[in-house]
Design a protein around this ligand. Sequence first.
Ligand SMILES: [Zn+2]
Length: 681
Amino acid sequence: MNRYVQSTVMSCSILAGVIFLATSLSALAGPSAWTDSMVPGSISATKTYSLKDDFYVAVNQQKLAVMTIPEGETNYGTFSEVEKANSARLIEVMKNGKGTSKDEQLLHTYYGLLSDWAARNAQGVNPVVPYMNEIKNISSLAEMTAYLTSPGKNPDAIGLIGFGPSLPMSNPDTYALTFTEGNLFLPDAADYKEMSEMGKIYKQSSTDVSLYMLQRFGFTKEQAQAMVDNCFKLEAMMADKMYTGADKGSIDFLSRLDNMMSLADVQAKCGAYPISAIVSAYGVKQTGMCSVQNPEYFSTLAAIYNEQNLPLIKDYLMVKLAYEVKEKVDRAAYEETTKIENEAMGVSGMKADDEYYLSRAKENLGKVVDNVFIRNFATAKMKKDVLGIIKETTDFYREMIKSEDWMSAETKAAAINKLDKMQINAVFPDKLRYYGDLDITPASAGGTLYAADAQLSNYFMREALNRIGTKQNRSEWDYSEVYEVNSNYDPQDNSINIFPGILGGAFYREDMTREEMLAGIGMVIGHEISHAFDSQGSQFDATGAMADWWTEADKKAFDEKVNKLIAYYDNIKVNDLCGNCDGEFLSAEAIADLASIKCMLSIAKEDPNFDYDKFFRTYAGVWLRVMTPENELWRMTQDNHPLSYLRVNLTVAQFDEFIKTYGITPSDGMYIAPADRITVW
Ligand SMILES: [Zn+2]
C-alpha cells in the first residue's frame, strides 16, 4: 500500500496552459518518417533503412529484427542486458550468503524463507486469515474506526489514505508528515469517469487477481464478485476529486502538492475519518505542519466515511488485503496471479524463480540490497571516472549558461549558483546505512516468510515515520535503489545521484573509448545535471526549495522554448492504439536528453580526432529496446520519458554535428530545418 511516501516524490531518472507556437510543424520531414519500432516484429532484417531517414532503426536494425522479450518480462533492451548481469551477481550473493556483513546475511536469510516452498505451501493463506477476519467482523463505523487505528489488527495501515514523511516543496529543510490520496486499482483517476484502453486492461487484471485471491480466503465466486464490484464502486467515489494523469503530467503539478496545514485542519477536512488517531496509533510524533498533497481528496473522504458506505469500505479493505498478499503466500497464488497479470500485459511465461526471489527482496528489503550491491560491486575506479565526467559536464553547463543570449545576468547568476551548490552523489556514499539492528527469523529458527515480511514492513515503516520532524542532511546521500540501471536528479536537495547499477555494459567499461564513454555514462550524467534546468527542475532553487529565481522576461523566453518542444511532441503520432505523444508530460525528460547531447558534443569538440559516427551510433544503441504493445501503451500514459526511437531521432536531429556526419539534406527523414529545431538550452 502507499503507506509511506517516498522522500523524493519526483526525482527525475534517466528511464520513467500552453501557448501553441505555430511554427511550420506540419512541414517537418522528420517524425512522420520514423518507424515506431518498439514492438518485436515491426522491423525486418532485409528491408533497407537509411541512417539519413530513420537513424535509430538503421543503427539497430539487425538487433531489432531478432530481439525478443524474455519470459516473464514486459520489455528488453540495452538497459535489460545490464540489469540481467547485475541480477546474476546479486543472486549469487543472495544464494550463497557470501560476505561477512549483516546485510548479506539478511538477504540470504530472506532468500531461504522465499524459496522454502514446502513451508509456504503448507501455510497457504492461513497467516493472513486472522487479519481478513478482523475486517469481515466489523459491524459499525465505530468498529471500523477502531480497526483503522489498531496496528495490531491492521499492521500495514491499509485504509483510504497514505501517510509518511516527505520534504515540503517550498521548505525542504525538515521532513513533514505528508498525506497522500488513497490507493486505486486503475492507473488514472480519470478512468473512473471515462475508461481508457489502459484502464480496461487494469480493471480486468485486478478483478481477476482479486477474485482468485478472495476465493482462496473461502469466499464463494459470487461473494468475491460482489466484493470486487463494491471495491470499484468505492474507488469511483474516492477518485472523484483525485489528481488525474493529465494533472500529474502538467508542468505546474508539483506546485499543487504543496499544501501545508495543521493536523487539526486536516482532521477537520476529512470529517469522521480518524486521521489524527491513525497517525498517532502508528507512532508518528508529529509536531509541525502537515503536507497535504490533495486537500480536495480529504474533503471527499468526509462525504464517503459514514455508516451507509460501511459495506463498501469493508469490501474495499478486504479486496486490497487479499490482493496485497498475492506474492507473500503459496506457490499456487504466486503462479496464478502472475499468470493473470502477465497475460494482461502481453507477457509470456514466468520469470525464473531466482529472479522472482530477487525482485521480492528488492521490494521488501531494498535498502539492504543497496548496501549489498555497493559493498560487492562498486569500485573506487568507477567513482573516479564518474567524478571526472561530472566535473567536465558541470564545467560545460557553467559556460553554456553564461553564453545563453536570451538570459539576463541576474538569472544567469542564480542558475550558476544552483550548479555550484549541486550535491554530487556518485557511485557510493562515504558511509553505508546501518542495518545491524534489523532482524528476521530464519526458517531454521521457526521463521516464516509471512512473519519476516511483517518484521521488515514494520522496521521500514518505523524508519520512515521516525524521519518526520527531522532535518534533511543534504551532505549525506539518501541513496535508494542504486542497484537499478538508472540514476536521478533530486530537485528537493539539488543533487545528482549516479547509481553503481548503471556502470556496466553499454554505459561503462574500464576499456571504453572516449566516444563510447560520452555516449554511455557521459550522456547519463549530462541528462541528470540538466534536470536542474528542465521545465520542472527550473522551478526549484539551489537549496532545493520550490522558488522562482527567474526574472519575468527570462522565464517567458524559457517557457516559449519549452512550449515549442511541447508542440513538437504533441504533433507526433506513435500508432493508432497509442495515439499522439503528450508533449507537456514528456517535456522535462526530452529537455534533459537534448541538453545532455549538446553537452557531450561540446566536450567532444576538444578532441580533433573525435569519431562522431561512433558516438551517435553508440547513443542509438544505448536506447535499443523492444516491448509488448501493452507496455508501449502503458509507457505512453505512465512513463514521462519519450519512447526510445523518439528520444534518439528527435534528439540527434537537432545538432549540426549529426547533420554533417551523415550528410543529411532537406529531403532526408532526419532533416529538421534550423528554424524548426527545438533546443531549449
Ligand atoms: Zn531524466
